[in-house]
Design a protein around this ligand. Structure first.
Ligand SMILES: C[S@@+](CC[C@H](N)C(=O)[O-])C[C@H]1O[C@@H](n2cnc3c(N)ncnc32)[C@H](O)[C@@H]1O
Length: 246
């Protein structure tokens, strides 16, 4: 029997593309996004678990917990599943293709806390009465000039004792370190079954779309926004999770 192709497998960059366009969170990407992110971000399943346990640890009754850039809802549902019943989980994404599929995923989840998925540019989202805010690999897609304002809005909208979990791809100032981590990440993507053509085309499409920061830049940004303490809680190759406490 000839094996059939899995429609959920990421093949977006598998064939040569003549006119490569800038990466977008469109329908083609949304259809395979779960597979794409799992095979591209080392430690992604672990980070989802960490989002769950951070939520359980810090969510306060009668508050809101936000997931900014929620995509298909993987992180939003982790949040919801670890919330006190009196809390509201709010997922925000500006891609209609993501939001449509996210709402379908949410409909299949039967955990108790209220949840709302909004199609909205997170740069205009007003964060209010929040005890947990998560940005799981989203800040890196915002124009650099908008990032400080977004973090300031998060810090202002958190209640006392509230936390912000920021997960990002990072870069390094030191060129040897940068080369080492890039090489290891390349090996990870090959291990996950991506061909060199797929890796090269996706990298070119992400150029100037995904703009990573160094750990120092992230920590400085978070401190400028008014957080009193930051802790690096996960690093898996060149991907990190930083917990910022108000
Ligand atoms: C890498 S994905 C996030 C993955 C997701 N948090 C998860 O854990 O599976 C980045 C998401 O951010 C969304 N995004 C990018 N810029 C945005 C903006 N300005 N406002 C709202 N969403 C945005 C994209 O549409 C995309 O779905």
């Amino acid at each position: 029997m000839v094996p059939t192709a899995d429609p959920k497998e990421d093949k977006v960059y598998a064939k040569p593309i003549d006119q490569l366009e800038a990466f977008e969170f469109n329908a083609k990407v949304a259809d395979v996004f779960e597979n794409m992110i799992e095979r591209s971000v080392p430690g992604y399943p672990l980070i989802l678990d960490i989002i769950g346990l951070t939520t359980e640890h810090f969510a306060q009754p009668n508050t809101c917990c936000y997931d900014l850039g929620c995509s298909l809802g993987a992180s939003t549902l982790k949040i919801r599943q670890h919330l006190p019943i009196s809390c509201l989980a709010i997922g925000i994404d500006n891609s209609s293709d993501m939001v449509e599929r996210c709402r379908a995923n949410v409909a299949r989840d039967h955990s108790q806390a209220q949840i709302e998925i909004r199609q909205e540019d997170l740069r205009i989202t007003r964060i209010e009465n929040a005890s947990v805010v998560v940005m799981n690999f989203t800040l890196q897609f915002l124009p650099e000039g908008d990032r400080d304002n977004v973090l300031r809005g998060i810090s202002d909208g958190l209640v006392d004792g509230g936390v912000f979990l920021l997960c990002e791809k990072i870069k390094f100032d030191n060129s040897n370190q940068q080369a080492l981590f890039e090489d290891l990440h390349l090996s990870f993507k090959r291990l996950m079954g991506y061909s060199d053509l797929e890796i090269a085309q996706k990298r070119a499409a992400l150029e100037n779309v995904l703009i990573p920061s160094t750990i120092t830049e992230l920590n400085e940004r978070v401190s400028r926004a008014g957080f009193s303490r930051t802790e690096l809680i996960v690093q898996c190759l060149n991907f990190v999770a930083i917990l910022a406490i108000k």
